[in-house]
Design a protein around this ligand. Structure first.
Ligand code: NAD
Ligand code: WQD
Length: 340
């Protein structure tokens, strides 16, 4: 049985491909390399001993997508492919809506006409905005996201709910909190293309001397140390949740529509300063930083209630913040060795 993994050479996608292969799924990757590199395919093969079938094209190209469905017996899809830079989405809203929503709709058209089911969508905790209460469970009210990127996630969720209802299909919305870390082999990780926006890639590059100092965006939040709090989830743990979610959908033999929604985090919040200290401690290296004004659009605090995923997927995160941050530094060393 083949699973279509869109964006399968990207950060979370590549880790998930490894876990799928480890669980004996046949994987078909479609990725246009707009935010990833071809060597990741070789590295997946090096880790697993199997080379997934790979199609390098843009999912907006419907005719090429149809050919993939013609060529393979596809039984499910994990749709990672999307543009994800929050700031850029404000500058290029039409491009973000086009890429993130047309790709999704094109795959769903194939699913609809071929009577396919088992669709997993990469959503985000951004759909909750600043929630009124912590921890955030799946029934926490959604807020209209501040960013166009966030809106594409919320719209994607709505499209999929309607798809499941109208055609009696099984779908799952996975709302990731803040994914961090790299594969223990150091062969996969987050490729920081340009100046990183996210905290951990910026910390990594500062430790490596690529950036002079980390800017900590605000220390006047109503939190214990004044810096903002997030739920940092190790990417391999996150990847394993996808396999659990896929198996749950595939083992459901009813003909009813299924819309599963899971928050994927650790259940624990960490402040920016805690992340910096944990990185320093884990890797015995200093991260110079300075405190700056708050970043526009940032929320104060977000961490997940993960009991639904534990109960229904039999999944929970296993890796500590320090362990995850160790893999980040090993990944940076691997990236540096590729350049030299
Ligand atoms: P990523 O950019 O590393 O991976 C996305 C992959 O999709 C890239 O390899 C890119 O080349 C590919 N892609 C993008 N548009 C495409 C298109 N039209 N056709 C074919 N390929 C295309 O991102 P990631 O961090 O792995 O995120 C994966 C998914 O998870 C995204 O949907 C993202 O929005 C979501 N998500 C990410 C985070 C995070 O912090 N990383 C948090 C919550 C949700
Ligand atoms: C974490 C904390 C920053 C960089 C974003 C998206 C969200 C989701 C996850 C995809 C914040 C602080 C950061 C820096 C800093 N992605 N920070 N200096 O903001 O929680 O969410 O990624 O769905 O949609 O918005 O993650 O890693 O950018 O920031 O002080 O150089 O680190 O202010 O408090 P965030 P992040």
């Amino acid at each position: 049985m083949a699973i279509l993994v869109t964006g399968g050479l990207g950060y979370i996608g590549s880790h998930t491909v490894v876990e799928l292969i480890n669980n004996n799924f046949e994987v078909i990757i479609v990725d246009d390399l707009s935010n990833s590199e071809k060597f990741i395919l070789n590295n997946i093969e090096e880790i697993t001993g199997r080379r997934p079938i790979f199609y390098p094209f843009d999912l907006k190209r419907k005719e090429l997508l149809a050919q993939v469905f013609n060529a393979h017996h596809i039984e499910g899809c994990i749709n990672f492919a999307a543009f994800k830079a929050v700031g850029e989405s404000q500058e290029k809203p039409v491009d973000y809506y086009e890429n993130n929503l047309f790709s999704l709709i094109n795959i769903l058209q194939e699913f609809k006409s071929r009577n396919l089911s088992n669709f997993i969508f990469s959503s985000s905790c951004t759909v909750y905005g600043q929630a009124d209460e912590m921890p955030i469970d799946e029934n926490t009210p959604l807020k209209i996201p501040e960013s166009v990127y966030g809106k594409t996630k919320q719209m994607g969720e709505e499209i999929l709910k309607d798809f499941a209802q109208a055609y009696n299909r099984k779908i799952c919305l996975l709302r990731y909190f803040n994914p961090i870390g790299a594969h223990p082999s150091s062969l996969l990780g987050e490729l920081p293309i340009g100046i990183p926006n996210n905290l951990v890639p910026y910390v990594m590059q500062t430790a490596a001397g690529i950036r002079e100092k980390l800017n900590i965006w605000g220390d006047d939040y109503p939190t214990e140390d004044g810096t903002a709090v997030r739920d940092y989830i190790y990417v391999v743990d996150l990847a394993k949740a996808h396999v659990a979610a896929l198996k749950k959908l595939m083992n459901d033999n009813s003909n009813d529509a299924v819309t599963d929604i899971f928050n994927l985090g650790t259940g624990k919040g960490s402040s920016v300063l805690e992340v910096v200290k944990a990185f320093e401690l884990a890797n015995n290296i200093e991260v110079p930083y300075q405190i700056c004004d708050r970043r526009e659009g940032d929320i104060t605090i977000a961490y997940a209630n993960v009991s639904k995923a534990e109960r229904e997927l039999g999944w929970k995160s296993e890796t500590s913040l320090e362990e995850a941050l160790k893999t980040v530094w090993e990944w940076q060393k691997y990236l540096a060795s590729r350049i030299n």
